[in-house]
Ligand binder design. Sequence first.
Ligand code: FAD
Length: 481
Amino acid sequence: MGASGDEDHDGDRPASRPVEREVTAMDIDGFRGRLITADHADYDTARAVWNGAVDRRPRLIARCDGTADVVAAVRFARDHDLEIAVRGGGHNVAGTAVCDDGIVIDLSAMRAATVDPAGRTAQVQGGALWGDVDHATQAHGLATTGGIVGHTGVAGLTLGGGLGFLMRGHGLTIDNLLAAKVVTPDGSVVRASADEHPDLFWALRGGGGNFGVVTTFRFALHPVGPTVMAGPVFWAADDTTAVLRFYRDFVAEAPDELGTVIRLGTVPPLPVIPEELHWRPAVAVACCHAGPVEAGERVLRPLRRFGTPLVDLLAPTPYAAFQGGLDDTVRHGWHYYWKSTSLAGLSDAAISVIADHAYGAGSPRSYSALFHMGGAVARVPHDATAYAGRDVAYNIVIDAVWLRDESDEHAAAGTAWTRRFLRALGPHRGDGVYVNFLDSDDDTSRVHEAYGDETYRRLAEVKAKYDPDNAFHHNKNIHPG
Ligand code: FAD
């Protein structure tokens, strides 16, 4: 993992033409943001992404203040044949938000989220985080499907599909996307929606950052909370088989208002959890019932009564606070390596593989998360968007985590665990993999698998129209077809 930065290249591009001398913001025509180069005091902070194992050294970081700056940066990059990386929240585990030796078009200063409560829509800038969106929308008792960690970026998550606790009721994030303002690879600004550039709008909803830089998203919102019945329930790891079997039958009957994610690992050392439980191997079911609290209490009662939970944190909770509840368990700067697949279901045999492997990481911070899909996600026609996993029952992401000071051995053991676990799940895999859960290295070849033949072919056509030179290739790359 880490420093090469060029694993997603199409192999045919010429090397970057050198910028003749050090540039300053003044040199980029029309650029008013901040330009950060290697000699700048903020360079190391500005090039760091969520995954501390990623260590890339761009030539320039163009921290944009708005769409005009993005246009200027894209044109500058194209004029100089610079390698381009685009940064939203900087959360992608593969670290594609930063490149070696090229330019980072950095939207991290563009985090505004503006709500139209009457129209139930939100206008969100391309560098916003989900915590920004939940904060702004919940002031009006509204929300849209967003990631389960508040410091995840809106842009990358949305462009890959967008899984979250609200998805079974309200669809994926892309199912709530109404329009996007896009700076295309030739530096034009276009609006993509059902009526404007519909081919681009289709591709943006699942096809990732392949088609340009999105500077603004417009989302549909729904009444949610502000108080919802939400929280995790933890059981001891020894109970995993029984808990997962019960859970499988419980969610099969549950209403679409209930979103759940299973977390297998250890009890995180959060202040709300008794200290004697911290770091104990455990399976948790994190729940969010997005309907009335009394209905949520009723729906969740059987789950809470199952077996002997170690700790039950389900309670009427402000939705925005619940969404930020996991933030500290996946900190910026720790080192991560992921593997992922969809699962056809939770058969007894699949559960047995999960119970056998989930606790073998050798690091207390490592974990796996199992997202329960279905509901409104599955009711959107397959060809309506470029997200290919409409029929998937579960997505599992296996996350090895280690600290900067921990040895290479630790990294190797964690990485080997993710691969072993994925291999063991082989017979239980569903179709494809969620593109946003792919890492770099041996995952690069899995982009096609994420989409399947027909969706990939269509994406390649749209890519050929909007980015024929594959200028935006530092991503989960679709080759122009
Ligand atoms: P970045 O790392 O900034 O960017 C990743 C790529 O997205 C870039 O290489 C670029 O190609 C593209 N991109 C970014 N910004 C733009 C833009 N403005 N315009 C065009 N392209 C852009 N996913 C879910 O669906 N649901 C979850 O609940 C969820 N939870 C997560 C929790 C954690 C802790 C982490 C690390 C990830 C999680 N993810 C989840 C995965 C997440 O969707 C991806 O990591 C996603 O890439 C994050 O978006 P970002 O903007 O932070 O990415």
